[in-house]
Each structure stands twice: as C-alpha cells, then as structure tokens.
Design a protein around this ligand. Structure first.
Ligand code: ADP
Ligand code: MG
Length: 741
C-alpha cells in the first residue's frame, strides 16, 4: 500500500517518477495528490476556445473538423494542419512530417489536445500538440481508457511540455488505487464543526469526482489545509514576536513630543488622534508593537509616525525611519527637519531646549559623512536616523533602538520584518510601525500582513484639493496628446509645475527600471491577451528619450528636469531640490516619484504608457498632485485600444479615488501567486486552491481557529500533522525568499 510520503519512483516506477519530478517538481505520492486538477472537462462538452489565452499551456477537449496535408515549398517535407472546433470557434493544430496522423484525426472525432497556445495571422494555434482521442479503442488501451473516462468529469491538470494532462491523470489513478487512508492533520473536532471531508475522501474526490458537488466538497476541505497552515504560521509568528521583550517607551510630559504638539500648525484629525493613542500605548508596553498603518497618500501618516518617534526620543531611545529609495529617504529627512525646526537642531546654535538630531544614512553618502552618520547612530547622538531599507541589511549599530518606522511597505516582506525584529539591542526587539498608502483588502491584511495589527486613517486632513483623472487614448486620438502638452504649458504659465512619468529609464542599463521590476505591482501579462501575437509590443517609453523630445518639441522654452533611480544620489537630490524650489517646471521621471515626494505647487501629472503600470501604482503616482491649494490633474496616456481589459483598468482608475475600491480591483487583476511572492507555475506554491478574492470567510474562520489552537498549544506538539504543514509552508517561504534575494 502507498502512503503520502512514498517516493513516486517507488510507487510508479523510475520512468514516471523521473518525468513527474523533472517536469513538475513532484517527488512523493503526497506531492502528486496535492497537484490538483486545474479544471474539469465535461464529457460531451467541448472546451471554449474563446477562453484560451495566448502563451498558456492549454488542454482542450475539442472535435476534429478537418485535416489537410500539404507540401512545404521552402523545405522538404510536409505539414499537417488539423482544424479543431468547440462548435463555435476553431483553432489549428500543426504537425511537421507526420501526415500519417491524418488517418486517425478524422473529422468528427473528439479528443484532448494539449500544447502552447499561439497566434498566427489572427488564428489561434497549437503547434505540435500532444493529443489523445477519446473514442480511440486501440487494443490494450481499451481498459484503461474506459476507466479513465468513466466519469463525466475529466480532470485537467496543470501540465508541462512532454507530460500532458492525461499522463498526470494516469499516475494519479495509480497512486489513488493503492493509497492507504492517510492520517488527517486537521483535528476531527474542527472538521466536524466546519463540516469538512476527511483528507482521504477529499483527495479522492478532487481527482476522481462523481459530480460537481463532490469537487466543491473536496475543494472546501483542501482549502482549509491551506488557510489553516498560513494562519497557524502567522499565529505562531505573532506569538513569538509578542513574547519578546521590547524597549518600553512610556510618554514623558514636558519633552520634545509635547513641544512639537504645542507648535503643530493644525489640529490632528480624529483618526490621527485615535491611531496616535493606540501607538502611544503600544510603545509604552514591555512587548514590541507590530502595527500596520494604512492611509491614503496625504492622509497624514507621517505626522503620526513622527509623533511616535518623538515619544521614543523622550524615553531616551532612538527611532529609525526606513524608506524604499534614497530619494525618499532624503526627502523624509528634509521634511522631518522642516516640521521640527529648532527641535531637530540638537548640538547646533539656536537649538530648542528639548531638541534632538535627525541623521540621514544612505549607501551613497560620501565616506566622511557616512562615517559621521554611523557614529551618530552608534553613539546615540542621533535621536532619529532616516535611511533606506538597506539600513537593516547592513549591520548599522544603534545605541538604543526603540522604534523602526517602515514607510511604504509594499516592497517590504514578512522576512524583512522578521529581520527587523531580530535587530536592536542584544535581547530586545524594537517596536515596528509599518506604513502603507496602498489600502489593503481584508484578506490580504489577514494573510500577507497577518503578523501585524492594523489601523487606518480614513479621513483626509481638510484643505486637500480634488484630483481629476482622464484617460488619453494616444493612438485613437493623437490630437488629445497635443492637448496634454498644451495643458502643461498653461499650468506652468499659471505658475504651477508638472510631472511626466515614463515606465523606463532608457539608458540601456541591464536592469531597466520598468514598473514590473520597480514594485512588482504591475501585471506583466496585462495587455498580452488583446495585443494579438505576443512579443510584438514596442518597448515602453523612456525618460531619457521623452525628456529631450519634449524639451525641443511641445515643451520648448520650459525648464525640464530628469529624475530616475540610476542618477548619482547627489544629482537626484539636486534635481528634487530644484523642483521643490520651483527652478524646474517639468520633471520627467520614472516611478521614483511614486511615493512620498511632496511638491504642493505641482498640479499636473502625465503618465506615459499608463497601461504598463499597476492600478495601485497609478493611484500612488497621481497622489503627487493636488497637494496644494490648486486642483490636481492626472492624465493617463495609453495606446491600448478601447474595449480591452487594459483600457477598462485605466478607466477604473480614472473613475474613482477610493483606494480600497482600487485595491480590490488590483487584487482581481494581479495573479495571486505574485501577491504572496510565490512562483505561479512549475514550482509548488503555497496557496493552490485558496483565493484571496473569494475565500474571505474561510480565511477569517481559519484565523480564529489558528489563534485558538496556538493559544492552547504554541508549538503544536499535540498536533504533529498541523506542525508539519506549517513547517512545509515556512520552508517554501524561505526558499522563495532566498531565491529572490
Ligand atoms: P502621508 O504621509 O500620509 O502621505 P503626510 O503626513 O505627508 O501624509 O501629510 C500630507 C500633508 O498634510 C502634509 O503637508 C502635512 O503637514 C499635512 N497634514 C497632516 N495632518 C494634517 C492635519 N491634521 N491637518 C492639516 N494638514 C495636515
Ligand atoms: Mg508619506
């Protein structure tokens, strides 16, 4: 009999075992049984050809319409073209020098066809597909055939070249036939309460379902495995983070925080006060705060963070603020200094009595400055150290680090947060406040950020100006693009400034700063489904090409500056400074302006090739305008044709300023595997069935169950099956983290 731990080559023989391992990375019977069907073809019902995506490896159940062989002129040989249909649309399968197949691919026969979907002259194709005719009754095959397709639901597996779905199915059958009923990791009592199948039944049902209801029951149960494993890992993580000692930083009256509050030029919003109090209480505690603060761009997160940092300084400790880029770190340091004024001038002439010092620490500081900054951090002379995320990777030492503020966390994963918590003094973990301007849907907050408490700033401080967003279809309406440049000229004449954002730098650098690379937030495959044949798109517009073209063309006479991630940092800083001072009218930039950059006089943001950016990214970008008294205008320039999903996406961004709405849309459009940082295909990924979009209830229930289980049994000694699931999950995460690093 077979157990889930048995190696596949033992169960299935060396040849099949090897094929499954090389093609799909499956090694044990358990691995194979957790390789679930992607969908089920229904016997008698053909697969819709219209639903196929170019580039996908597809398995379709279709009917042969006709087959023709013709000689090739250029080369010797012949080509067999087989037209298959779903009853509505058709596609072509091509075979070289295999005209004998014409004898079995007879019109009217049905079969499964598997291969990579391509497009050729507007026609969908499968080039040299593998196929299996359903009604073929070759000798010897008859029996297995009958068995394999006895059910009306034919499982279609994620397949790989050389290992078609039906071969996987045959291997699964063989394993199921000899499988011992497996030990169920889920406690029986939990299964009963949630009405879940046991593991053995669920595995059988998902691979050989009698009907759709059986599939659903199996999925429900198997999703629980995934949801519970994730939530158990998070519950353990929260527990271990919370059980560490932290540097307590109780509020001290009469210190720098009180002095700052006394001179604040505005009233805190109700939300700022509420979150501020929660944070203050956390900081006073003996265990580390782990909190996520969400709030739209401009909602006033920075003030909340600064007040938290000042409480820590008042307690005689240090705070660090981490930004994703050097430009942002420099800008944060500058704006914190501005907000604090003489309260940030410790050691300088004219400093206030309670003053502290803010030190900027980035990788590209000149050696002497860098040395001084490191010294200030280590000696405690700097109350607040501002730097890039790299600050934690390098072993910068602090005299007494009490709080780390991470700004714009969407490039900052669980592993990095763990690394942060492991920092600080010998024994203690610093408090951590993570801030994000991208609203996070509840399910994502419960999984990807499930190690954090969350709070949100929902109202904007008064005095924000509205932002109008318009899509500019440059291909269909070239005149609109001319109008875009005119608008910029008009705004500049009126004394305002503008941004023009491009997806690429254009200096031919190896790792071009494309939106995909910059944030992982864009959908790399977006647009591919409607562009016809893939791989034919022009490269995205580049800063270094667009800037000179504008300067000598429609924006002649305006002062145009250039900003991107590969400028030396003093140049970056100089450009930002000049733009902030109004000495540059138009800043042509990559997404380095995406977050945190604050120039209230800028009123227009033009985003070129807007379709190359993710929804959240576009939302972030437009938050750069409308920061002053004048209304903001955001123009999304695209060549994507109307009616495509790409254009719908841009229209959605233009239609709402509600960040939560957009976050949900983003979630729908992004592949969930990417959100979780897991590779989508080929490798095992953490969540196979569980959907962050559709399984909100299950995730919430699993979270409650996990909390309860870990509270009673922190190390899961009573639940070895669960402990193992969690260990496998954490292993996978580590492997992915190492691969990315
Ligand atoms: P975020 O970091 O969330 O994008 P900031 O903290 O940078 O937002 O705040 C944006 C702007 O609003 C800043 O100029 C800040 O001084 C101002 N601001 C913050 N809180 C308030 C408030 N309660 N009332 C008025 N203006 C505020
Ligand atoms: Mg900010």
């Amino acid at each position: 009999m077979t157990t889930l731990d048995d190696k596949l080559d033992r169960v299935l023989g060396a040849k099949s075992g090897k094929a499954l391992e090389t093609a799909l990375g499956l090694r044990t019977a358990g691995d194979l049984l957790r390789h679930y069907p992607r969908r089920y073809a229904e016997r008698g019902e053909l697969t819709s050809i219209a639903g196929l995506e170019i580039g996908e490896h597809a398995t379709v159940l279709a009917q042969v319409e006709r087959a023709t062989t013709r000689r090739m002129r250029s080369r010797r040989g012949n080509i067999l073209e087989v037209r298959i249909t779903d009853g509505h649309r058709h596609m072509t399968c091509t075979f070289f020098n295999q005209s004998w197949r014409e004898r079995e691919l007879l019109p009217g026969r049905k079969g499964l066809f598997a291969g990579k979907v391509t497009a050729y002259r507007g026609q969908l194709q499968l080039a040299h597909p593998e196929y299996k005719l359903l009604d073929a009754v070759d000798e010897g095959e008859e029996r297995s055939e009958a068995e394999e397709f006895a059910s009306t639901l034919i499982p279609v597996y994620p397949a790989a070249q050389g290992l078609p779905s039906w071969s996987v199915a045959r291997c699964v059958e063989q394993v199921l036939d000899t499988l011992d009923d497996p030990d169920d990791p889920l406690p029986e009592e939990l299964r009963r309460r949630h009405r879940l199948l046991d593991l053995g039944a669920a595995l059988r049902n998902i691979h050989r379902p009698e009907d759709r209801a059986a599939v659903e029951a199996a999925r429900d149960r198997l999703k629980w495995d995934e949801g519970l494993a994730v939530q158990l890992a998070l519950a353990q993580r929260r527990r271990s983070a919370q059980s560490r000692p932290a540097p307590a930083c109780p509020r001290r009256p009469g210190g720098v925080l009180d002095a700052f509050d006394a001179r604040l030029p505005f009233r805190l919003t109700a939300g700022q006060r509420e979150v501020g109090e929660a944070v203050a209480a956390d900081l006073a505690g003996e265990h580390p705060m782990n909190r996520l603060l969400q709030g739209e761009v401009g909602s006033g997160k920075t003030v909340v963070a600064l007040r938290a940092m000042l409480q820590v300084v008042d307690a005689g400790r240090q705070a660090a603020m981490l930004a994703p880029t050097e430009v942002l770190a420099a800008q944060h340091a500058r704006s914190l200094r501005e907000m604090l004024g003489d309260l940030a001038m410790a050691g300088e002439l004219g400093a206030a009595e309670q003053a502290t010092r803010i030190t900027l620490l980035t990788g590209s500081l000149p050696a002497a400055q860098r040395k001084q900054a490191l010294l200030d951090a280590a000696s405690g002379a700097a109350g607040i150290v501002v730097g890039t995320h790299a600050l934690i990777q390098e072993r910068v030492s602090f005299a007494d680090l009490g709080l780390v503020v991470v700004d714009e966390q969407h490039r900052f994963g669980v592993e990095q947060r763990d690394a942060l918590r492991a920092r600080g003094g010998e024994e203690t973990s610093p408090h951590v406040l993570v801030m994000t301007a991208t609203p996070i849907p509840r399910t994502v907050a419960m999984t990807v950020y499930g190690d954090l408490e969350t709070s949100a700033l929902r109202e904007m401080p008064v005095g924000r100006s509205p932002i109008a967003t318009t899509v500019v279809p440059a291909a269909e309406k070239p005149a609109w693009l001319d109008r875009v440049w005119q608008r910029i000229v008009e705004e500049v004449r009126a004394g305002h400034q503008a941004y023009v954002v491009c997806p690429r730098i254009g200096d031919g650098g190896r790792d071009e700063e494309t939106p995909d690379a910059a944030s992982g937030a864009a959908e790399p495959e977006a647009g591919q489904d409607e562009g016809g044949a893939d791989g034919e798109r022009r490269p995205p517009l580049a800063v270094l090409e667009v800037a000179p073209a504008l300067e000598t063309g429609p924006l002649a006479g305006l002062r145009v500056g250039v900003l991107h991630g590969r400028l030396p940092s003093d140049e970056k800083d100089a450009v930002m400074r000049a733009f902030a001072a109004g000495e540059v009218d138009v800043l042509v930039a990559t997404t380095v302006v995406e977050v945190g950059v604050n120039v209230p006089n800028a009123t227009v943001m033009v985003i070129m090739d807007a379709d190359r950016f993710g929804v959240s990214q576009l939302h972030q970008l437009r938050g750069r305008v409308g920061r002053g008294s004048a209304p903001g205008l955001c123009l999304l320039v695209t060549e994507a044709p109307g009616g495509t999903t790409t254009r719908e996406r841009l229209d959605a961004v233009a239609s709402t300023l509600d960040g939560f709405e957009l976050a949900r849309l983003d979630l729908e459009l992004r592949r969930e595997g990417d959100i979780l940082g897991a590779a989508q295909s080929g490798r095992r990924s953490t969540l196979r069935l569980l959907s962050l979009l559709r399984d909100e209830d299950l995730i919430a229930e699993a979270r409650v169950e996990a909390q309860r289980i870990v509270a009673a049994d922190p190390d899961l000694v009573e639940h070895p099956g669960l402990a193992r699931m969690v260990a496998e999950l954490v292993d996978d995460e580590r492997a992915e983290y190492l691969e990315k690093a």
